[in-house]
Design a protein around this ligand. Structure first.
Ligand code: R5P
Length: 295
């Protein structure tokens, strides 16, 4: 039967874009919540013999991880030959270590649940900091795409001669790639995190940013504190303007306001998580990866 794409809930438009970009058939699905918050999933159309790619960005994490697990079981019982998860945003990757005694390493728990039910995983820029590869946590074939080409194309179209800034040492991986593709200078700061909403990046070179348009690049915008802090510092050091680009725009309550108050000229993200700031389309890369297969 070949490749079939389906999208759950808020990811249905992403599934449509992926299907269009790859010329794949699209199977409709319904994801709803019962009044008590439990997930309801319905996969429509015949799945018998199909290699089904379930597109579901895992945000909000708890609802969407559960939806994906339920959908995978349903797909198998409806006769799908193979079931893959396309999670453009892969949640539960940040707790990759027991930082304090007694903490649960939730990345391992969620990876085990997903690995038990899917034949493979495709995602975009997962939060690989202490884990160097998805293979360290996922036991199924897993492909991690990068949004750097899509981001670089947006940067070239939208900002003249920017200076790219990464807020922490981990960001070097994506900031350096985007900078190379844009032919732009870049720097990477040092970050100390005190809590989920208290964070401090330091080491921004005034000579590099003075009079320039600064673009802060991060993988995730969650509370917005990391990006807002860097934007504020860049402007204090004399940058002509400061904007932010995130791969995954989660925008926890208050994040947008924080970024505005910090003086951000623009904040844009890729469309891995549907949100009003998603201007950078990564679905052509996802479609191409599906064509190449997850192995
Ligand atoms: C952390 O290491 C990530 O790369 C991001 O910097 C972080 O997730 C951003 O979170 P927030 O917006 O809450 O500061």
């Amino acid at each position: 039967m070949g490749i079939l794409i389906t999208g759950l809930g808020r990811s249905a438009p992403l599934a449509g874009l992926i299907a269009r970009a790859g010329g794949f058939r699209l199977a409709p699905a319904t994801e709803q919540q019962f009044p008590d918050g439990e997930q309801y999933i319905r996969l429509r159309g015949s799945l018998r013999g199909a290699d089904l790619y379930i597109v579901n960005s895992l945000f909000p994490p708890n609802d969407e991880v559960m939806a994906a697990l339920i959908a995978a079981d349903a797909a198998r019982s409806l006769g799908a030959r193979k079931v893959f998860l396309v999670a453009p945003y892969l949640a539960y990757m940040r707790q990759d270590k027991r930082f304090k005694p007694g903490e649960a390493v939730s990345s391992r728990t969620v990876a085990a649940l997903i690995s038990e039910r899917f034949d493979g995983l495709l995602t975009v820029d997962p939060h690989l900091h202490r884990y160097k590869s998805l293979r360290e946590v996922y036991s199924i074939p897993a492909v991690a795409l990068h949004a750097d080409e899509a981001i670089a194309a947006w940067v070239k179209r939208s900002v003249k001669q920017p200076v790219l800034v990464g807020p922490d040492s981990e960001s070097r991986q994506w900031v350096s790639r985007v900078a190379k593709l844009c032919g732009a200078p870049f720097t990477v700061m040092r970050k100390q995190r005190f809590s989920s909403t208290s964070v401090q990046s330091s080491g921004l070179d005034a000579k590099l940013v003075k009079g320039r348009d600064v673009l802060v690049l991060d993988d995730i915008i969650s509370s917005g504190h990391t990006m807002a802090g860097v934007i504020r510092q860049a402007l204090e050091l004399g940058a002509a303007g400061a904007s932010g680009v995130g791969v995954h725009g989660l925008f926890a309550p208050g994040a947008r306001k924080l970024l505005k108050l910090a003086g951000a000229s623009h904040v844009v993200t890729s469309n891995t998580v549907p949100n009003g700031a998603a201007r950078i389309d990564v679905t052509p890369w996802i479609a191409q990866a599906i064509k190449e297969g997850i192995a």
